[in-house]
Design a protein. Structure first.
Length: 277
């Protein structure tokens, strides 16, 4: 039997990027995965990927993918998502908060006073507030069943300058939220962790690499952090990590897995390229 067979998961922001890779790996471990994102029938914007495509990848990996078009900025849509999970599955074992809205200026290298004020709303609403709202719904199910895992996709930008003032503020707050939620949920056997990937070969990173603007030769795949979360979800001792920020690399070393190409990625970034817009 696969380690996460009969487990029910929600992965937000899973039409592309890290969320897509996480959904894939949870499916490979046998889980039922509700794949959420704004892109449904057709990809929106410049980048490829839809929730239906990711759900199909979950199926192909050995799990059960359920696509749900959901704007994490819309509280009504988010509430409907979790009510659907409750009605259809009756439980929720894993929530992965991977939704993040990347403003065009994020990697431009411009200082905060030269970029639109809307950057604040974009990255705080979708990335921090959206994780809070989803966790609020998830906690109501997880505390009732006395068990579960909430994983917040964060970054080393929580503790050092990275890309943009607002990016760092959001990641620092996300890690603090992880710590405080863990404090309140521990007595219900619900673990809450932050995950720090390194440079990830997302669709956006790939686009920059193809133009020669970025060296992505050492980037980790979208699925590497997914493998970290899948191992944590299957670990009966996961509560011992609750409240902490963990690197995907350190979990790979602990559980003995590697990236899809057999490499061991470098881990969190400490120097970030600028001028990418």
């Amino acid at each position: 039997m696969k380690p996460l067979a009969e487990r029910v998961c929600v992965v937000t922001g899973a039409s592309r990027g890290i969320g897509r890779g996480v959904a894939h790996e949870l499916g490979a471990a046998g889980a039922t995965v509700y794949v959420t994102g704004r892109s449904d029938e057709q990809s929106t914007g410049r980048l490829p990927g839809t929730v239906r495509q990711t759900a199909s990848e979950v199926d192909e990996a050995g799990g059960h993918g359920i696509p749900v078009a959901c704007d994490q900025r819309d509280d009504t849509q988010v509430a409907a998502l979790f009510e659907r999970v409750r009605e259809q599955s009756g439980r929720l074992d894993v929530l992965v908060n991977s939704s993040f809205q990347i403003p065009r200026e994020l990697t431009s290298g411009k200082p905060f006073w030269q970029v639109p004020l809307s950057n604040w709303d974009d990255m705080i609403d979708v990335g921090l507030r959206s994780a809070y709202v989803a966790s609020w719904h998830a906690a109501q199910m997880m505390t009732g069943q006395r068990g579960g895992l909430i994983a917040n996709v964060s970054s080393s930008g929580a503790v050092e300058y990275a890309w943009h003032v607002v990016y760092g503020v959001g990641k620092c707050a996300l890690d603090r939220m992880t710590s405080d939620m863990a404090h309140e949920l521990r007595k219900f056997d619900v673990a809450v962790v932050s995950l720090w990937p390194g440079l990830v070969l997302t669709e956006r990173t790939q686009a920059f690499a193809e133009t020669g603007a970025l060296d992505a030769s050492h980037a980790e795949s979208q699925r590497f952090t997914g493998r970290a979360i899948a191992h944590l979800a299957g670990d009966p001792q996961a509560l011992s990590d609750s409240g902490h920020a963990l690197t995907s690399r350190s979990l790979a070393e602990r559980y003995g897995f590697r990236d899809v190409d057999g490499r061991m990625p470098d881990g969190p970034l400490h120097e970030r390229p600028a001028g990418l817009d």
